[in-house]
Design a protein around this ligand. Sequence first.
Ligand code: ADP
Ligand code: MG
Length: 361
Amino acid sequence: MAEVKFVNVIKEFEDEKKGKVRAVNNANFVVKDKEFLVFVGPSGCGKTTSLRMIAGLERQSSGDIFIGNRLVNKVHPKDRDIAMVFQDYALYPHMTIKENLAFGLKNLKTPKAEIEAKIKEAAAILSIENLLDRKPRELSGGQKQRIAVGRAIVRNPSVFLFDEPLSNLDAKLRVQMRVELSELHKRLGATVIYVTHDQVEAMTLGQRIVVMNGGEIQQIASPEELYENPNNMFVAGFIGSPPMNFIKARLDGNQLMTADYTLTVPVGLLDKYKAYQKEEVVLGIRPEDIISLNLLNHQPNHNVIEPTLKVVEHLGAELLFYFNIGEDQVTGRVGADAKLKSLSKVKLYINMEKMHLFDPN
Ligand code: ADP
Ligand code: MG
């Protein structure tokens, strides 16, 4: 049983050039017992620092950290019942794989027979039995990754910490390992805290996701909730690919005036956005909510626009197309059966039921 909790955690570094750098600013969250929680955000937003504070490799400047209801501020890393998997695998090059797997357990004075049994079990789970006598340099990137995970598994921790473990693997292997990590999580029944800058990885792995930017938590929610109801423009633009379109507009009653078109806001959304009345706003609309009229069997009587497409990209099953509204470039995504062509004029329906409004400032 282990939940992990941050209460008002701040971490400041003393940087020679920049002075005080606040890497994590007042973080509060609870990772539930047995949850797979992902931290996601751009490089430098404080993900690794957060993870290292949980591991005890970094001491917070202020605030409290709990693991399994125990205040661990002063608890040594090896007594926190966690295991961490690093991006660069951190295997010992002069040891065999078996010795690498055994190393942490030997340090904990685990009896030899027990070490043997645990390695055997982990090797079976990860299908690495045939690699045990090799040295790390004789392994591929994907195999090294497995060993790094194996080294965490043999410790049987209640919390696994992963710091961008797949970022050194090629795209195909990354997808395969992603599925394996999901399965592993179910099988081990442990709490997993996973850090990545890749929003696709976050969306596919996380039961819940913590979106960070500039040391601040932007939103904590399930993948579906982040996608459907982003808290702010940062989250809206970070989650989803191609990203949500942002279009300058002005709201007046149920009319949303963009540079080129007037769109109608659904009645059901007016109350949600009433603070934006008569204000400059940013309309957020996802690429898949811009729909080619030739794919609809009803003819909508509003929110139809007719831009000239600048470029159409064929991605097999889908088309991406690009046009402008005023100065804002807009991306749309439709099934390939829409048969759109570059430089053609096309009627598009904007599904305003799915719109978001943001404060431009
Ligand atoms: P991420 O893992 O999200 O890329 P980090 O947690 O590594 O981000 O870093 C967050 C911020 O803290 C960055 O601005 C980084 O430069 C700074 N930082 C991290 N570690 C140190 C350190 N040991 N000394 C000074 N600044 C650091
Ligand atoms: Mg990092």
